[in-house]
Design a protein around this ligand. Structure first.
Ligand SMILES: [Mg+2]
Length: 383
């Protein structure tokens, strides 16, 4: 039986700075800037029953072109609601509290209302895993003509010299007009990040994404780099934090990376962007084209889109679920809802035991949403 569930809220209903609060009857209302009491606008999203979620759910295993984030293949569960297909694909190591935000996003996407689009396509960057320089061309070619590349750095088992060599190869490929941003996924310590910023400065970076893990470190690094004109972007400090706005309030970042799935959906991410008061970059999490479509529709709904979006990552997949994957064309992807191809769903169906694992995960996350516990109520997730 369907009921109303409190909207996915990083931080939980009672968390300081929580954007969304439960309303009467276990519905929710985002506390946007338009309401006198902080209340707004979006209607409650009905929580489908578990049976409804499972009715057409498919689990797929998609191979990657290159190892990324420590994995060689990506598992995802696809759900079908009244508005079409959506993707539930939290990384395997995420606990149920964190994963339930991704489920809320998938439900909001396929069962909730669409955000009004302001553009029909969005500019994207290429994303380069932490590969040696000789593999740069092979991995960037599938993105086509893009003006911006995000380079992964600070990979475990590598050193700063590896990062410098990779970034140098990308700068050579792009020429002086190209934009390069680097993403350390919080892996550097403060001094290490400062050394890296200096070593990479000759390559004229657009920004440094999540160089360190904590908000305090980001704030200190930003102060140390004040004269370098190297903006700091926060990613994990937004999407994995109990309070996604804490980093903005602390003055610890120049811009925020926002992702629809971990923030509980397109409308929740829009509310965070509005309240943060900082420029945002829309990105994704190595999703299939179905999940990337949700990100593209988030980017399409933002009032301003000053940075190219990290939504070109279908090019990192060696196989996808859509007959026409959401690959960049002339540096843009279409802001569409993407439908999977039944034949591809069959071809890439996950092994039976993996599908069972995902159904159990879905069930536990659904239970959290139905109980109103939502994501992150257990406290801070590691940043
Ligand atoms: Mg990142």
């Amino acid at each position: 039986m369907a009921g109303c569930y409190p909207r996915a809220v990083p931080g939980g209903w009672d968390a300081p700075g929580s954007l969304l609060r439960p309303g009467a009857g276990r519905s929710w209302r985002p506390s946007g800037p338009t309401g006198q009491d902080g209340s707004v606008t979006a209607p409650a999203t009905p929580l489908p029953s578990l049976a409804e979620l499972l009715a057409e759910a498919c689990v797929v295993t998609l191979p990657l072109r290159s190892r990324f984030r420590g994995v060689d293949e990506r598992e995802a569960m696809l759900l079908r609601g009244p508005r079409g297909w959506s993707e539930f694909a939290p990384f395997l190591e995420y606990d149920d509290a964190e994963a339930s935000a991704w489920l809320a996003a998938a439900i909001d996407d396929a069962w909730g209302p669409d955000a009004a689009p302001r553009r029909d396509r969005v500019p994207v960057n290429a994303t380069l895993p932490a590969v040696p320089p000789e593999r740069v061309a092979e991995l960037l070619d599938p993105f086509g003509a893009v003006r911006t590349v995000k380079v992964k750095v600070a990979e475990r088992g590598q050193g700063l010299a590896d990062d410098v060599a990779r970034v140098a190869a990308v700068r050579e490929r792009l020429g002086p007009e190209g934009r390069i941003r680097v993403d350390a996924n919080g892996a550097w310590g403060l001094d290490e990040a400062e050394r890296a910023a200096h070593a990479l400065a000759p390559f004229d970076l657009e920004y440094l994404e999540q160089p360190c893990a904590t908000v305090a470190e980001l704030a200190e690094l930003r102060a140390r780099l004040r004269d370098w004109q190297l903006p700091i972007a926060a990613d994990e400090s937004v999407r994995k934090a109990a309070d996604p706005l804490a980093v903005a309030r602390a003055g610890a970042a120049d811009l925020l990376v926002i992702k629809a799935a971990p923030l509980g959906g397109v409308r929740a991410a829009l509310a965070i962007a509005e309240q943060a008061g900082l420029p945002v970059v829309v990105s994704s999490a190595l999703d299939s084209s179905v999940g990337l479509g949700m990100g593209a529709r988030l980017a399409a709904a933002l009032p301003e889109l000053p940075y190219d979006c990290g939504l070109g990552t279908a090019a990192l997949l060696a196989a996808d679920v859509a007959a026409e994957p959401l690959l960049p064309v002339d540096g843009h992807v279409a802001a569409l809802r993407v439908e999977p191809d039944p034949e591809l769903l069959d071809r890439h169906a996950a092994a039976a035991e993996r599908a069972a694992w995902w159904r159990e995960r879905l069930s536990r996350c659904h239970e959290r949403l139905a109980a109103g516990t939502g994501p992150f109520t257990g406290g801070d997730a590691p940043g």
